[in-house]
Design a protein. Structure first.
Lengths: 308, 247, 369
């Protein structure tokens, strides 16, 4: 049985279509990522999965239970972490955890083994109020609370937003650990680079899925050769590249410019023309396309498709 | 050629009671540079930026912003900088044109100076059709681009950006950075604070802060080479993590 | 139940909540209590002396000489009383009967009328009290016996403008009414909406808890705290201002419980309709507090209002509740006198509970993003 099956899920808020005809499946024990910017529809989709919203159309089941008709039973098996960490700021770490344990009809002790690797890191602060924790610690506590009843599926809505890089890295390491326990995890994030941590990812934009696959397959789907051009005067470089007929696309990326060339053009042409434009010694190297490059590519295709 | 220093900070210390938020910070920022200020929440970024913006005074140390001493004449600094943060930037219930007028007015520009520049700006941003739209009706990406344009509307020497592109889509983000490059090429210094590491790679130089101190300062590529990491994110984890674990 | 425990923790952790819960009621009682206890000094009185004999003149002199009063004017006939009061310079008119001295000599007694301005009930009662005191003093000098149970001069007190001296100490029932609606509606709506705002409500909804469990868990602490508050207010009224409950305390507490339930239902209803704390506070305050204050007869008697307000006030629970506790506390009435008001309140509670439990969904509302 599949952990999650979604078929033609659609949701409208008034005239706005937040989620537009999504179909996908998530296997048991899979770590599945939804990648997309704010407003892509990730939160709405996750709330539908968490039985919090009835979709306007389509059907979704978790472990064979329908999210609309089977929500009572299903709620025992869902661990949900909303975008804002759902903690009681004025309760201590321990009180928060105990409270969530009780409302799910369990105790801290019963499933302690499951949260131990995470909770151990914040246990020294268990008498501290949740409001006084750092972002990373709040995130760990929220995860512990979502896990305390040993759910079969974890629904994590942007768990790493607003959290520093160290905590983000640690957080993804924890998710790997939970995967070992056989828990299915769906997670959303606006950070393209986090996609690599997932078994499979879905790229989302404006309520639609632009692609679902393993991160490696998604990256290799990038059709063309990608070049990275660097020069200290980035803005001049960018303007110069934009003027060249051989260059199909050029965009700033980190401390360099990513460009793709038209059929038949070679980097040497570009180097020569840069020289002529007075931009000397630009470094041009082949670049591995990142998820962000693929995302951009797919976005442009979407735009083209919708314009047709 | 000696480059012009726009921000000079020497031994900046800021204490709140017994807590030291900024511990002997020393760095210079040059004209037209894109300078990234990185650190986890609570690392002291915001404190340092507030001092540089003239919103708070240093406990000790020397801070010159656009040649003005931040401990003596912080009010003067405010006139010469632009500021944009994710939280507060534009009035949602005013139109695009009204917002631009308002900000021009706040910075003491005359109406006859504001109006032509406003139209030129809308033209340049390809925003003319949105001129009379309420801000709240704009998509997030456009809002952010506009907020940035407004922050540099009065041609400040320095513009401070507080986590400017979190949560926007990659297309908008790249367009946004293009605007930043364009601004920097006009000689306006751009000072960016962020805890999003991928934003850091767009900067000319970055500073990594941890527990109130500067732990690294160089160009992103030099830092990556020095620490042997592939991304700034990895770099940050490598630098900041050992210290974290001793807490 | 864990939920209730957690809710108590929230309340006791938050200093401001505690102040609102217990500080404000105490402060209100004291403010209202002492604000109406103004000292009486040199209040103007008018004298209508029908006797014009030695007794009446002696009394007039005594009254004028006291530090509490001065004689503003002497009236010549009953017709002048109304105009004099309306001018507003006097607090009372004292009327001496015909042939007062000979009356006392012949029958051993006389009756003096005191007509006080009832529009200021508190001052009125002080005025009549002090005048009576002066009269009694004088009686005592006549008989030479201070403890005489039958004073020679009987005061006969009447009120002008407000014959029953209503709203004297009305502030206690008023404060109870106000405090209960404040705590119940405002606090419950805020505490529920706070969960929405911090995102914790999402997780509660996803948990196997049923909506009624969440509601009961949230409101139970406020139910008890409100009861404690009622008792504190009653004790303060009694010990600080000497206002005992004349009727049955059990009946009073039961009626309070009913009203608390009503307030809680309103709070839940408000919280189900808004998603921001400011809105919850705003709605509770504007839509509940102000009308309760102004239209329930707490500050302004309903009888003096235009008819339209009278009708509006009928749909406001505080109006009925003020009537109920006024009846129990001050008139000492039993359930027989207030069953109608109680039934109205009970009906309102039922309706509100049904609506609010309907509105409180097991899912997130549409459009909440």
């Amino acid at each position: 049985m599949k952990a999650i099956e979604a078929k033609n899920i659609t949701h409208h808020y008034g005239k706005i279509t937040a989620v537009d005809d999504l179909s996908f499946t998530v296997g048991e024990g899979e770590l599945f990522g939804f990648i997309g910017p704010d407003g892509a529809g990730k939160t709405t989709l996750f709330r539908i999965a968490a039985t919090l919203i009835i979709p306007s159309g389509g059907r979704m089941t978790l472990f064979g239970l329908n999210v609309v008709s089977g929500f009572r039973e299903l709620r025992n098996h869902i661990g949900y972490m909303p975008g804002r960490f759902s903690l009681y700021q004025d309760l201590t770490v321990e009180e928060n955890l105990r409270f969530y344990a009780t409302i799910f009809g369990t105790t801290i002790k019963e499933n302690y083994y499951l949260i131990e690797p995470i909770y151990r890191q914040i246990e020294p602060f268990k008498k501290r109020r949740a409001g006084q924790l750092s972002g990373g610690m709040k995130q760990k506590l929220a995860l512990s609370c979502a896990l305390i009843h040993k759910p079969r599926v974890l629904i994590l809505d942007e768990p790493t937003t607003g959290v520093d890089a160290v905590s983000r890295t640690e957080f993804w390491e924890m998710l790997e650990g939970l995967k070992e326990e056989g828990i299915t995890i769906i997670v959303s994030t606006p950070y393209m680079d986090e996609a690599l941590r997932c078994d499979r990812i879905a790229l989302m934009q404006q309520g639609r899925l632009m692609g679902i696959d393993t991160p490696a397959a998604i990256r290799s789907a990038y059709g063309r050769k990608l070049w990275s051009v660097s020069h200290p005067e980035r803005y001049r470089l960018l303007l110069a590249l934009r003027k060249m007929p051989q260059v199909a696309a050029s965009e700033p990326f980190g401390d360099s410019v990513h460009m793709t060339l038209h059929e038949g053009a070679i980097p040497e042409d570009v180097r020569r023309m840069l020289d002529e434009a007075g931009i000397h010694d630009a470094a041009i190297n082949e670049a591995t396309p990142g998820i962000e490059d693929v995302f951009l590519e797919l976005m442009k295709k979407e735009v083209r498709r919708s314009e047709v | 050629m000696e480059r012009e220093k726009v921000i000079e900070v020497k031994d900046l210390v800021k204490r709140f009671g017994a807590f030291t938020a900024n511990d002997r910070l020393t760095f210079d920022v040059y004209r037209g540079e894109i300078f990234g200020f990185l650190g986890a929440n609570g690392a002291g970024k915001t404190t340092a930026m507030r001092i540089l913006c003239g919103l708070s005074r240093p406990t000790s140390g020397r801070v010159l912003v656009a040649g003005i001493d931040a401990s003596r004449r912080p009010e003067e600094i405010k006139k010469r900088i632009g500021y944009m943060s994710q939280r507060f930037s534009l009035y949602e219930d005013l139109t695009v044109r009204e917002n631009i007028e308002l900000y021009g007015g706040i910075y003491g520009m005359a109406m006859k100076e504001i109006l032509p520049r406003r139209e030129a700006l809308l033209e340049r941003l390809d925003f003319t059709s949105y001129g009379d739209t309420l801000i709240r009706a704009l998509p997030l990406g456009l809002k952010q681009k506009l907020a940035f344009a407004v922050a540099v509307f009065h041609d400040p020497g320095i513009v401070f950006l507080d986590e400017p592109t979190s949560g926007v889509d990659p297309v908008t983000r790249r367009q946004f950075w293009e605007m930043i490059y364009e601004t920097a090429s006009r000689g306006i210094t751009v000072f960016v604070t962020t805890h999003y590491m991928d934003e850091a790679e767009y900067c000319d130089r970055i500073t990594i802060m941890s527990e109130g101190r500067i732990v690294a300062l160089d160009t992103p590529s030099a830092l990556l080479r020095q620490y042997g990491t592939k991304s700034v994110e990895e770099l940050f984890v490598k630098i900041a993590r050992p210290q974290r674990n001793t807490v | 139940m864990a939920f209730v425990r957690k809710e108590f923790l929230h309340i006791f952790r938050d200093f401001r909540t505690l102040i609102i819960l217990f500080g404000i009621p105490a402060a209100q009682i004291l403010i209202f209590g002492y604000a109406v206890r103004t000292d009486l000094k040199n209040a103007g009185v008018a004298i209508l002396d029908n006797a014009r004999d030695e007794v009446s003149q002696e009394l007039t002199k005594k009254i004028d000489a006291s530090e509490f009063f001065y004689i503003n004017r002497q009236l010549d006939s009953y017709d002048e009383i109304d105009a004099t009061f309306k001018q507003g310079r006097i607090k009372a008119v004292i009327i001496f009967p015909d042939r007062m001295a000979s009356g006392i000599a012949r029958e051993g007694k006389a009756t003096v009328s005191i007509i006080a301005d009832g529009s200021e009930p508190n001052t009125a009662s002080l005025v009549t009290g002090y005048v009576t005191g002066i009269l009694n003093d004088y009686s005592a000098t006549l008989t030479g016996d201070v403890t005489s149970s039958m004073p020679v001069i009987n005061p006969e007190v009447r009120m002008y403008f407000n014959p029953n001296l209503e709203s004297h100490f009305m502030f206690v029932p008023g404060v109870i009414t106000l405090i209960l609606i404040l705590i119940c509606a405002l606090m419950t709506s805020v505490t529920i909406v706070r969960e929405k705002e911090f995102g914790t409500m999402e997780v509660l909804l996803v948990s196997p808890l049923k909506p009624w469990q969440i509601i009961v868990g949230k409101v139970t602490p406020y139910f008890f705290l409100s009861l404690v508050n009622v008792i504190v207010i009653l004790l303060m009224a009694w010990f600080v201002f000497g206002l005992p409950v004349r009727g049955s305390i059990a009946l009073l507490i039961s009626e309070c419980m009913l009203y608390i339930l009503l307030g809680l239902s309103i709070g839940i209803l408000v919280s189900a309709s808004v998603s921001k704390m400011e809105n919850a506070i705003f709605i509770s305050f504007l839509a509940l507090m102000l009308p309760s204050l102004l239209l329930s007869g707490f500050i302004f008697p309903i009888e003096n209002m235009p008819k339209i307000y009278d009708y509006v006030s009928m749909i406001l629970p505080p109006r009925w509740f003020v009537e109920i506790i006024r009846a129990i506390m001050i008139k000492g009435a039993g359930f027989g006198y207030i069953w109608k008001e109680t039934a109205i309140l009970a009906g309102m509670t039922m309706i509100l509970m049904i609506i609010s439990s309907r509105k409180f969904k097991t899912r997130l509302e549409e459009g909440e993003r």
